[in-house]
Design a protein. Structure first.
Length: 164
């Protein structure tokens, strides 16, 4: 096949091949595998220009201009990806928190004093907020411990009045 203007013909083949090869690649592939794409382009263009005596030495994709609609789509995809990662991180945090709460509940079930200490800690935190009125329930078991600690021991101490 003979051509009158090999420069123009080479340019046209280059443009057509470039659009074809890049159209088959997604943007991530284009960015990651740029060298392989350059080599593929060079091979295709060189095969087509060889009959004219033109040898393609190097092909390099330097810049790709994207249409605005493509830029918006890519931006939306990137935003969705960020939201996805944020949700995954949040879910992992919730999972770890649930595991730790389960451990804490298990410890408090085994050690009743741990629950009472936590209760006292909560009361201290509430009282630091300077609220005018605080209403809190007191577990019956807790009251039994307090009243049991305030009673004198039965081993020879003073007897309550009215007993003989």
């Amino acid at each position: 096949m003979a051509v009158e203007d090999y420069r123009r013909a080479t340019w046209q083949i280059s443009q057509t091949t470039l659009r074809s090869v890049l159209g088959q690649s997604d943007l991530d592939e284009l960015l990651i595998h740029r060298e392989e794409i350059n080599q593929k382009l060079q091979k295709i263009i060189d095969e087509q220009t060889e009959p004219w005596g033109v040898k393609v030495g190097i092909v390099e994709v330097k810049d790709v201009e994207l249409p605005e609609s493509m830029k918006r789509a890519m931006s939306a995809q990137a935003e969705a990806e960020r939201e996805k990662r944020a949700k995954i991180i949040n879910a992992e945090g919730e999972f770890v928190a649930a595991q730790q709460l389960t451990e804490a509940a298990s410890t408090m079930a085994r050690e009743p004093m741990a629950l009472q200490l936590r209760y006292l800690q909560t009361l201290f935190t509430i009282s630091a907020e300077k609220n005018s009125t605080i209403i809190f329930p007191i577990p019956i078991e807790f009251m039994g411990m307090i009243s049991g600690a305030s009673r004198p021991s039965s081993g020879g101490g003073a007897k309550p009045s009215g007993e003989a």
